[in-house]
Design a protein around this ligand. Sequence first.
Ligand code: SAJ
Length: 427
Amino acid sequence: MSDPKNQKVCIIGLGYVGFPLAVLCSSKGYEVYGFDKDEEKLQRIEKRENIVDEPYLEKLLPKSNIQIIRDEKKIAECDINIICVPTPVNEKHYPDLSFVESASALVAANLKPGSLVIVESTINPGVCEEVVRPIFERAGHKVGQDVYISHCPERIDPGNAKWNVTNIPRVVGSFDPIGLQMSLDFYRSVIDAEIMPMKTIREAEATKIIENSFRDINIAFVNELARSFDLMDIDIVNVIRGAATKPFAFLAHWPSCGVGGHCIPVDPYYLIEKAKEHDFDHRFLRIARSINNDMPLYTVELLQDALNEIEKSFKGTSIGVLGVSYKADVGDLRESPALKIIELLKENGADLQIFDPYVPEKSTVKSIDELLDKSEAVVLTADHRQFLEIAPEKFKENGIRVIIDGKNCLNKDKLIELGIIYKGIGR
Ligand code: SAJ
């Protein structure tokens, strides 16, 4: 077992993955150095702020002491270096590994001989062998002797009250048995959950990619059903609820106005692009991505049809957009379908009122009341708790005539009873 007492850990990248891990390791007795390019973030951490706003960290923070380092030479004191930097895709959906490459080069240039390097960033199969390993070898380090390299994909689910860095099971792969054992010992010393050794580092890379691709294709499945059932006047949400009464071999996913976030709409592209190098076309993953990418436009088309029913068009109609972030009760805009919906509505000449309590910088009004007062139609794109609590009568009182429920989270029957044209995604 890894003994925290005499090991220094350096976390490179202090975002929604690296910061909780740094707090956890420090609270478990490791001496933790934190390294990040964002000076503002570093200063907030030095003020012991909970910079990712995760309530479960409140009780770990007082026991933690992350030492912020700005001099990369300090990395040479560390026994375990964990890379937690972003791996986004660019506008053409090509994986961007530049952050992983620069973090690896940083550690390689300041490596303590015999230390362990763990990549937690989501990467496609082959990246540790073809990108990370050569950076260390070019710096003169022999992998399996001067440095041990492992991959332990992050599994953080922002805002999840139950599952977090302290208790989510993990998988780990390495280039050699020593690196694997060092990694298992380390994670088993800080995480109260199964840490599963994979046979190869590629298996560990592939595990995370398929976890999220699984989610994306299942969401695409119900999104396609939603569009089909809209034409057959079948409420897909009730049908999924019905199917979910089957206690085995069914896992409910839900249609919505689109798939956002830094993981689900991104990770499949890693596999799609990687497989191309091996002349394999992941048709199914590509089709699922295109079905999900079409949902914002479908949502806008539903609004257009509903406005036509009351002889209105986008031009000259005041439309309220409830929500900008990609997920309930968080303020994260990455790949948010709401941004695409807002862009499409603007292109069609709509007069927009926008409100998201978690994204004030994108809101054009200061409250739900103000939005409802100024709108004739509403598109809901995020199932924030505040929006769920809007009484159906309030829409009616404010003269809202059309509601497009992009998260199928409002009271459809009551709104229809009040004479409002309600369209959900598949209901
Ligand atoms: N979504 C649907 N229908 C669904 C589920 C999600 O349309 O049935 C949409 C959401 O509205 C959102 C997007 O997909 O726009 C992603 O939602 P998500 O719940 O998957 O949330 P994320 O992006 O925070 O995903 C994270 C992932 N965690 C990691 O990658 C470590 C994912 O693996 C988790 O499954 C997910 O949290 C989770 O389960 O909450």
